[in-house]
Design a protein around this ligand. Structure first.
Ligand SMILES: [Cu+2]
Length: 281
């Protein structure tokens, strides 16, 4: 147990320490780093639980892999034709058969209980939703709507990143959300399957044309969080990244004020969203 946990911790810590170096003095950013093996530092309650679940699974997987490898080695060395010319004719062993059935069942149940607990935790949107954002995947960019604020905009890849911007990860418009606020995400697509995935949030959901998928995030740290479309969606699949900026509540209010001027949606862009909600209800 301890080995798996400290292993993951070491790499998340390394990632957290390395991140600012790449950002050249900018704010905290959750992004992939060179030689990263572990997860990005978790930034939501869901991501924290996903990493904790990994810390439980990792030692179990290692133990099983080692056990099978040792068994194979014993068979290869002790029971090959040369060292064991007259093989045993044994075909049944009641005790052994019960053991190799019951032990895997115990392991699977031990994994299933926390696994289902995590699934239900992700599935149930908390009651204290403070903001709703509708995310739509397009070939090949994301568009975002804040229906309660009547704001809507597209987020396209920055093709030629300036210093401080990340290649294939920064978008021209960022999704801005307030820190420590439960944000309900409504995910859909316009044309083909896409997937909205932000590793530090522990979120990866397929966006499906004609359907509305619901999930939630509650970022606990201000900063910039990067993600990518994670469902093969065509020629520019790798060119539709996700950039989320988590800001203080005051800065969010200020941003909303600006965005209402810049990104105001007319009635015709809001209508399709309402139509989809009506169908799924
Ligand atoms: Cu896509």
């Amino acid at each position: 147990m301890q080995v798996g946990r400290s292993f993951t911790r070491f790499f998340s810590k390394a990632a957290a320490l390395a991140a600012p170096l790449f950002m050249a003095g900018a704010v905290f950013a959750a992004q992939p780093v060179d030689w990263q093996i572990g997860y990005q530092p978790p930034a939501t309650p869901i991501a924290e639980r996903v990493v904790a679940f990994n810390d439980l699974l990792f030692p179990i997987i290692v133990a099983i892999a080692l056990f099978v490898t040792v068994l194979l080695a014993i068979i290869v060395v002790r029971f090959n034709r040369k060292s064991n010319p007259v093989p045993s004719k044994t075909t049944h062993n009641a005790l052994l058969e019960v053991v190799w059935t019951v032990i895997p069942i115990i392991i699977l149940v031990a994994i299933a209980v926390p696994s289902f607990r995590l699934l239900y935790f992700i599935d149930k949107i908390p009651d204290d939703v403070g903001l709703t954002i509708k995310v739509t995947g397009h070939q090949w960019y994301w568009s975002y709507e804040y229906p309660d604020e009547k704001i809507g905009f597209d987020a396209n890849l920055v093709e030629n990143p300036k210093p401080g911007q990340l290649r294939l990860l920064d978008t021209d418009n960022r999704v801005v959300i307030p820190v420590n606020t439960t944000v309900r995400l409504l995910l859909t697509a316009e044309d083909v399957l896409h997937a909205w995935a932000v590793p530090a949030f522990g979120v990866k959901f397929d966006t499906i044309p004609g359907r509305l998928v619901e999930t939630w995030v509650r970022p606990t740290k201000e900063g910039v969080y990067y993600g990518q479309c994670s469902e093969l969606c065509g020629a520019r699949h790798s060119k539709m990244p996700i950039t989320v900026e988590v800001v203080s509540k005051e800065n969010f209010t200020a941003w909303i004020g600006e965005a209402k001027k810049k990104f105001a949606t007319g009635p015709e862009t809001v209508a399709p969203a309402a139509a989809i909600v009506a169908v799924t209800e």
